[in-house]
Design a protein around this ligand. Structure first.
Ligand code: GDP
Ligand code: IMO
Ligand code: MG
Length: 447
């Protein structure tokens, strides 16, 4: 049997913000291509290196490595204004950009009026609101599925102005039926008209970037032996099908989403890196069984700087949920685990880990039986903390015994090895497990 070159996938196993941006940036030197496959500017991926910090929303996290091809796939939704702002932040010369950033013409556009609708729907839901980032994600994906959306490639067509106006008018009719007052709307500090003007300027810039068909571009690169890393956004528990519906995002955030959002056959998926925090956070509404409402939750938020990268909202914080992690491992076919933010637990004398749930007096250890339910009581195992800084730790093997025990417990529960541990936000604060084959796997080329 001939072997085929496959794309690796890195994605979040919790409710997003697991540190995907940091780890993709760390892994990029081992890849020729980094490709985003879903989501849009609701994502905020933070990269820290050389005392600089960048937050990427749509642009793949490989962008700072010269020679890496960064792909925005068909499954992503694009806001030209936000991408343009991101490009300003990067300060990458135009000629370098045209060799490093490639956007699929099939990717759908988020119109300013999608953001209007997002605000109107959330306003209407009142207490039941999703807690959306209000970037227009849900309405843009709704139009895609309803077959009324506009794609990036449409923007170069002669009839684009009429199509844009027709869709915008439709959105305005819908917003007014929701009793939403457009004068209340502020989009990045602008009123609708101001934002729309900036949006069209951004669109012109977007049109000048290299346009691809992601299914052809990525498959051909794989055929030529290039190493490809698909970068997820959000997290498994926010997946439109398998997350805590309706408190989810509007795309498939899981491994299968990489197939759809880039045009890859399932047989072309190689390693699946599942990334998780040593505890849990969630931003926005929805069930969160292990949420800590006491001082420990505040400590996690303070120590972990848990404030949204996209919206600045405080993140809800709580303990690691093992049944949920195991569920995410199953859905994604995770082959290697990556743990981030272990350092946030450094000062705690004890740490809680949820191993099962109690609901209506019954004990359950399967996440799918409680997902989406509110009255769930987590059953915790309490473990002793390591109570020391990780700053001087130079290798995985030197991690404190308490933390290594914590890792072994996670591996035994999920059945998957933890091969990378992140001990701080900087690129350099990343430990690869020796003898796990991870480095060999990352440096091996397709023969
Ligand atoms: P993403 O959306 O998954 O890319 O994650 P975010 O960037 O939204 O949130 C992760 C936050 O944690 C960012 O501020 C990162 O700089 C930071 N971070 C990543 N890994 C670590 C780590 O191991 N320790 C600490 N303390 N911070 C980390
Ligand atoms: P990254 O890629 C964390 C959450 C929102 C809200 C729900 C729906 O940085 O991990 P949406 O804007 O999609 O309509 O919001 O999903 N959410 C995220 N939470 N990280 C993200 O992305 C998120 N993207 C969306 O807070 O609860
Ligand atoms: Mg984030």
């Amino acid at each position: 049997m001939t072997s085929i070159n496959k794309a690796d996938v890195l994605l979040g196993l919790q409710w997003g913000d697991e540190g995907k941006g940091k780890i993709v940036d760390v892994l990029t030197p081992h890849y020729k291509m980094v490709a985003r496959f879903q989501g849009g500017p609701n994502a905020g991926h933070t990269l820290v290196f050389e005392d600089k910090k960048f937050i990427l929303h749509t642009i793949p996290s490989g962008i700072f490595h010269k020679g890496c091809l960064n792909v925005v796939g068909n499954g992503v939704v694009l806001d030209p204004f936000i991408i343009s702002k991101e490009l300003d932040q990067l300060k990458i010369p135009q000629e370098q950009l045209s060799e490093s950033l490639f956007i699929c013409g099939k990717a759908h556009l988020i119109l300013p009026s999608h953001r209007l609708l997002d605000a109107a729907f959330e306003h209407r839901k009142g207490k039941l609101k999703i807690g959306s980032t209000l970037k227009g994600i849900g309405p843009a994906y709704t139009d895609k599925v309803a077959r009324t959306g506009l794609r990036l490639a449409d923007a170069s067509m002669e009839d684009f102005p009429e199509k844009y106006k027709a869709l915008k008018d439709e959105h305005f009719r819908l917003a007014s039926s929701l009793d939403y007052n457009i004068d209340d709307l502020r989009l990045d500090g602008m009123d609708f008209a101001g934002y729309e003007k900036a949006w069209f300027e951004g669109l012109e810039r977007l049109k000048s970037l290299p346009r691809i068909k992601s299914e052809v571009f990525v498959n051909e690169a794989l055929d030529k032996g290039a190493r490809v890393l698909a970068e997820g956004a959000q997290g498994t528990l926010l997946d439109i099908d398998f997350g805590s519906y309706p408190y989810v995002t509007s795309s498939n955030t899981i491994t299968a989403g990489a197939c759809i959002g880039l045009g890859l056959a399932p047989s072309r998926i190689g390693e699946v890196f599942g990334i998780f925090k040593a505890y849990c956070t969630r931003v926005g509404s929805g069930p969160f069984p292990t949420e800590s409402h006491d001082a420990k939750g505040d400590i996690l938020r303070d120590m972990g700087h848990e404030y949204g990268s996209t919206t600045g909202r405080p993140r809800r914080c709580g303990w690691l949920d093992l049944p949920a992690l195991k569920y995410a491992v199953m859905i994604n076919g995770v082959s290697r685990l990556i743990m981030t933010k272990a350092d946030v637990l450094n000062t705690l004398p004890w740490i809680r880990v949820c191993t099962s749930y109690e609901i209506d007096g019954k004990q359950l250890d399967v996440y799918s039986s409680i997902s989406g339910r509110e009255n769930v009581k987590p059953v915790y195992r309490e473990i002793k903390g390591w109570e020391r800084s990780l700053e001087d730790v130079e290798s995985f093997e030197q991690l404190p015994a308490g933390l290594l025990d914590y890792i072994v417990m996670i591996e035994e529960y999920t059945g998957v090895p933890v091969d990378i541990v992140s001990t701080g936000p900087d690129r350099k604060q990343t430990l690869f497990r020796r003898g796990s084959g991870i480095l060999r796997r990352l440096t091996a080329s397709y023969a």
